[in-house]
Write a protein that binds this ligand. Structure first.
Ligand SMILES: Nc1ncnc2c1ncn2[C@@H]1O[C@H](COP(=O)(O)OP(=O)(O)OP(=O)(O)O)[C@@H](O)[C@H]1O
Length: 208
């Protein structure tokens, strides 16, 4: 997947968050979207995911040389974000079953193997509601990382992870990101250190 942003802008009411953002996010690259709290990292990620409409400019999505309409981008992405809720009434096994019906796993990976990769086989029949926040984050990350999706979007990916969880994140990022277009919204260096490119949202902040 490649995303081309041309003169992209987003505003809420009268406040522009970013403006005149022109950038190509090339297939096979990982880019960190950086900036202080409130700079607009999550907003930019959501606009680039075609979750939120831009207020100005244009986005072009291309997959293997073919244009992808914005309303089809969701089918091609794995997303892990704090605002993405897990279905808490399901057990982990049920959640994986449900989620993978519309977001299949990469070829050859079974549900049981994914739950092993999460290091949660002991919790497979436990309600997600009763998971710790770190366990929930590992579930969210694994579902995104191991989705058969050419676009991977990670918003504050190490939220709620302890040291072991962060080591787990690094291991699975290394295993799953090559060849994909990856965008990481973050202000924690260790969660975006693997990214080859950096984009500072504040470089596109309008003058007030
Ligand atoms: N739906 C919305 N309506 C109005 N304002 C919004 C909305 N979503 C975000 N904002 C505003 O846009 C600005 C950028 O928010 P955003 O969450 O994108 O920043 P961020 O860089 O991801 O911040 P953080 O590091 O704190 O997560 C903030 O001022 C926020 O209040």
């Amino acid at each position: 997947m490649q995303i081309e942003a041309i003169g992209l802008g987003k505003r809420f009411g009268r406040d522009w968050i970013f403006r005149e953002l022109t950038h190509t996010f090339a297939s096979g690259t990982a880019t960190a979207l950086l900036g202080p709290n409130g700079a607009g990292k999550s907003t930019l990620l959501q606009v680039l995911a075609a979750y939120t409409l831009p207020s100005a400019g244009e986005l072009r999505f291309t997959l293997q040389g073919r244009p992808v309409p914005a309303d089809e981008v969701a089918r091609h992405l794995g997303l892990c974000a704090p605002y993405l809720e897990l279905i808490e009434e399901l057990t982990l096994a049920e959640l994986v079953q449900f989620h993978t019906r519309f977001r299949p796993l990469r070829a050859g990976l079974s549900h049981a193997q994914l739950i092993e990769l999460m290091q949660l086989p002991h919790a497979r029949h436990k309600l997600v509601r009763d998971f710790s926040s770190g366990m929930k984050q590992r579930v969210k990350l694994a579902l995104a990382l191991y989705a058969a999706a050419p676009l991977l979007l990670l918003d504050e990916p190490t939220t709620n992870l302890d040291r072991a969880g962060i080591a787990w994140y690094h291991e699975h990022v290394a295993a799953t990101t090559p060849g994909r277009l990856v965008l990481v919204s973050s202000n924690v260096e260790e969660e975006y250190a693997f990214c080859q490119a950096r984009l500072h949202v504040t470089d596109f902040a309008p003058r007030r």
